[in-house]
Design a protein around this ligand. Structure first.
Ligand code: ADP
Ligand code: ADP
Length: 229
């Protein structure tokens, strides 16, 4: 589980020139793909197409051999976890926010996901431990903690496909290290598409897709791309 194929995918936003044109690739289960390229190249559009925020104009996107337009959005998204820059939080506790999208999860499962997401910053502030903190209101948490919460959500969903947008924002170094470590754990065994900003992520990618002007202009590993230039 976790095969993703683009076959002659074209997409344009309304009243805009072609944004993605004739994109073709296949990603094997468990592979990590780093999407790189200049601003406006189409990287975000690619991940939005995979999540079916938009449907492509022609061609096909297949997940495990099935055209995603023939899968309901909700069952498609059950299989896809995302950790993006903007984390959607609603009014409620941290626990309720982690449980978002997996309402059947028990308190123990939520707690386990929070631990696996390396969300130590939720505990360190308070001596009482996880339980107390998970029942705290989510509105007061920092940008870095939002990212950890988002990782915990994704862990709880246990998806075979993962979509990451690496933050370049001003998160403190210690939290940043926790986020990176949690992401490494989360990515293991899952097909991952990462809009990559960090050299380290690019080094570890199984494949790097260089996107420019809506096209996949080059792909390879870190070493093969360096050798080619
Ligand atoms: P990247 O993520 O590589 O920076 P994007 O996928 O965000 O690139 O953008 C690709 C192109 O599509 C850009 O020219 C951008 O201005 C345009 N674009 C992105 N989102 C929209 C939108 N919602 N409506 C119209 N044009 C958009
Ligand atoms: P529904 O199918 O009714 O939308 P789901 O249980 O599939 O309900 O999911 C509820 C929402 O949770 C979905 O919109 C899903 O996209 C969202 N969601 C929240 N956090 C995440 C995450 N980290 N990864 C994937 N989906 C998430």
């Amino acid at each position: 589980q976790g095969n993703v194929t683009f076959s002659h995918v074209y997409f344009s936003y309304e009243n805009a020139d072609s944004t993605i044109s004739d994109m073709n690739f296949h990603v094997q289960p468990g592979q990590m793909v780093a999407l790189v390229g200049p601003t406006g190249a189409g990287k975000s559009t690619i991940i939005h197409l995979i999540m079916r925020f938009y449907d492509c104009d022609s061609g096909a996107i297949l997940v495990d051999g099935r055209n995603i337009q023939q899968i309901s959005r909700s069952s498609l998204r059950k299989n896809i976890g995302f950790v993006l820059q903007d984390v959607f939080l609603f009014e409620g506790t941290i626990r309720e926010n982690i449980r978002y999208g997996r309402l059947d999860a028990t308190d123990e499962e939520v707690e386990e996901a929070a631990k696996r997401a390396n969300a130590h910053s939720f505990i360190m502030r308070l001596p009482q431990g996880y339980d107390t903190v998970l029942t705290e209101d989510a509105s007061g948490i920092s940008q870095g903690q939002k990212q950890l919460l988002s990782i915990a959500r994704a862990i709880l969903r246990n998806p075979s496909i993962l979509i990451l947008d690496e933050a370049t924002s001003n998160i403190d170094t210690v939290t940043e290290m926790k986020i990176q470590e949690a992401l490494q754990q989360l990515m293991k065994g899952r097909t991952t598409f990462c809009i990559a900003h960090r050299l380290n992520t690019i080094r570890h990618a199984h494949q790097i897709f260089v996107i420019n002007d809506g096209k996949l202009i080059e792909k390879g590993t870190h070493d093969s791309l360096i050798e080619a230039h």
